[in-house]
Design a protein around this ligand. Structure first.
Ligand code: TRP
Ligand code: SF4
Length: 341
């Protein structure tokens, strides 16, 4: 049956888009049938950066609750199934904070300072005075994973350094206290389709540049965004010969219209296809594929109590596991029990 435990999380900093769906969520959904999965919305991690404007952070907490709710709705609409997986909010299992504290005692500062993601975040968000929490981000992530004894973590390449540090911490803990309390977690780096931004095939779809299609966009909004996608600027009339490889619309045909992508290419290159028609065809395909997710979204939006119940039950299950792990940790670290004398 279960091949082991899968753990993964996402920061509720903004709305989910097609890049998240195709890059992570679809994969999480598949893993549910083979592994015991723990999927959590990492609200504490969202507070490691300042935020601002639309993005949640410690200086901008106004939308934090809404984002958590939206993320839960997005996840479940995309196919995460509370019957199969534990779906919950990181901070609803406060045991994670306790393990994070204990891990912070055995995390060498050098590991954190050398973490490439830390440097990227400081530069990317132009953070003048990085916080203690930001530096400790990977230690908190290790606690997220190891408290549930995660064997596998499905993440993108950008998270490899964090998973490696999780492994190093598990190893260090196990060897310091002479017992294999924690598994040596592996990253599951699955090949995912490259999802471009709407204005440039070379760039990834991203929240920060604003060029994305959100899961919460309806069919009309999606069609509108497809109409504004970047195409071959040299192709003005239908009979102009086009260059599909530089065209964002073509890249999306490769994802949502696989059956006809060869035809699209040859017609474009021959000058037998106009960009407007090409876009309309894509819009039809994409709206068809996204229809079930949108329907589920609408249904959940109208029943917020269902989300409460899913997150509550998920946290409860996760907390049972977390408490057990902490018990083992306290034991090997010789932390005093209440009835010490
Ligand atoms: N750092 C991850 C990201 O930005 C989010 C995350 C937090 C996570 N805790 C985790 C991912 C535990 C996997 C497992 O994508
Ligand atoms: Fe892109 Fe289609 Fe226009 Fe070719 S015809 S440039 S693939 S939108």
């Amino acid at each position: 049956m279960s091949k082991g435990r899968v753990t993964s999380g996402m920061r509720p900093t903004g709305s989910l888009h097609l890049g998240n769906l195709l890059g992570a969520l679809d994969n999480w959904v598949r893993l549910q049938d083979e592994y015991e999965c723990f999927y959590f919305i990492v609200d504490w991690h969202a507070l490691t950066t300042p935020g601002g404007g639309d993005a949640v952070g410690f200086e901008n907490v106004a939308f934090l609750r809404t984002r958590v709710k939206e993320m839960a709705i997005d996840w479940i609409s995309a196919g995460l199934d509370p019957e199969k997986s534990s779906i919950f909010v990181q901070s609803h299992v406060p045991e994670v904070a306790e393990l994070h504290l204990l891990f912070s005692m055995i995390t060498p500062l050098g590991w954190l300072e050398r973490n490439p993601t830390y440097r990227e975040m400081v530069q990317g968000y132009k953070i003048e005075s990085p916080s203690y929490g930001l530096l400790g981000y990977p230690t908190l992530q290790a606690a997220d994973i190891l408290i549930y004894k995660g064997d596998f973590v499905p993440v993108g390449r950008d998270q490899e350094a964090h998973v490696n540090m999780t492994r190093d911490l598990a190893q260090r803990f196990n060897s310091l206290y002479g017992k294999d309390v924690f598994p040596i977690t592996k990253a599951l780096l699955t090949e995912v389709p490259k999802v471009p931004g709407l204005d440039n095939v070379e760039k990834k779809m991203s929240k920060s540049t604003g060029s994305y299609i959100a899961l919460s966009d309806d069919a009309g909004a999606t069609t509108g965004k497809i109409k504004s996608m970047f195409t071959d600027p040299q192709k003005i009339r239908k009979d102009d010969k086009g260059h599909p490889d530089g065209c964002v619309v073509f890249a999306f045909h490769g994802i949502y219209n696989k059956d006809e992508v060869l035809t699209v290419r040859s017609e474009c290159e021959k000058g037998a296809r106009g960009c407007v028609d090409c876009k309309m065809q894509l819009a039809e395909r994409m709206n068809m594929a996204l229809g079930p997710i949108r329907d589920k979204r609408m249904e959940l939006e109208s029943k917020p109590k269902v989300i409460n119940e899913i997150l509550r039950a998920g946290a409860e299950k996760a907390q049972g596991v977390a408490r057990q792990t902490l018990q083992e940790v306290a034991e090997v670290m010789n932390l005093p029990p209440k009835e010490i004398f």
